[in-house]
Design a binder for this molecule. Sequence first.
Ligand code: PLP
Length: 409
Amino acid sequence: MKAMGPIPAGYAGVDGELAIAGKPVSQWIAKAGATPLFVYDSARLTDRVARLRAAMPERLAIHYAIKANPFGPVLKHMAGLVDGFDIASGGELAMARDAGFPADRISFAGPGKDDRELEAAITNGVTLNLESDGEMRRALAIGDRLGMAPRLAIRVNPDFDLKGSGMKMGGGAKPFGIDAERVPALAREIAESGAHWRGFHIFAGSQALSAEAVIETQAQTLALAARLADEAGVALPHCNLGGGFGIPYFPGDEPLDIGAVGDALGAAFANLPDVLQDCAFAIELGRWLVGEAGVYLTRVIDVKDSHGEIFVVVDGGLHHQLAASGNFGTVVRRNYPVAVANRFGEEPAQYAQSVVGRLCTPIDRLAEKVALPPMAEGDVIAVFCAGAYGASASPAMFLGHGPAKEMLV
Ligand SMILES: *Cc1c(COP(=O)(O)O)cnc(C)c1O
């Protein structure tokens, strides 16, 4: 047997069935009409933002990095909860606008913004987090041509990274951001260009569960912002401190202590250097806000035995939930939290079962050799932590089965 990650707090059974938002999953499946299905719980999204606000200093704005889950109804719900949306493409800009989110609270990061994306951002008044000096020159030229002053911030490639984070996105040579030593000169150039100078965006990594690591990174981020603003000799109107708050996916993972992070940030805000006194601060989170609110439901089509290993074949797979198969930014494959939704709370079988998707590739495994109740055709498997980097981060076109349904409840 191999262990699974912990089922997120608060999921419980009703009459032996997993409940989402207080109702058994069979009701949600009946409403959607079919599996595979992602169900997102709006009350959990609301609760998550409220918990974060309670833990963080009041001065800190909360942004949602919409690439974690850009499903329209989720965006509309989040739009009423957070202070900003962070986007990473022209397509995400359109989604954010469709959700009714005000453009002046959107910021756009991402290497390789093309001229059409820059123009759409400038026309809408979205803040561009510049990823290179070339991008700055193109943005200024487009602004000139349109007769509009672009809102420009610099995404800084910090000279450190978030320790213990799942994905390293800062420190050393990176395609993201502008190396710290080149930032002061560019900041001056922007401030003198007639563009709206919007400060810094400093993102050092993702999926950290250690409060100590997040606290250290935030301290380094504030120190870097202060040093660069000092060197540039320009005031800093805004600084996006990045994010990196992780959620437990795997055996042994413990939730991040956001209370400790908020306390440390509050103390740091109380002792800011002069150059940051008037600066507005934000963090940008994706998975921490939405990951645990989503469950992927997929039905058992077949159960088979091969050389003594039991394979439970479901009607979904990695084409909807790539991350749970272990092929989205993880080095070693480990099991996400998984349950048999219609046998919730039943005793596990004495033998191991592997849940596999229906794709013709050996990497399509949603759970490997796990202890779950004996499964049969028609059972429904629930994969937790599916609210972030699920439907939109999986190759839905692969093998032609098509996308899963999604619903916000
Ligand atoms: C992906 C990304 C995020 C969100 O990351 P999570 O781990 O989901 O919180 C935030 N900021 C930037 C710049 C990103 O690329």
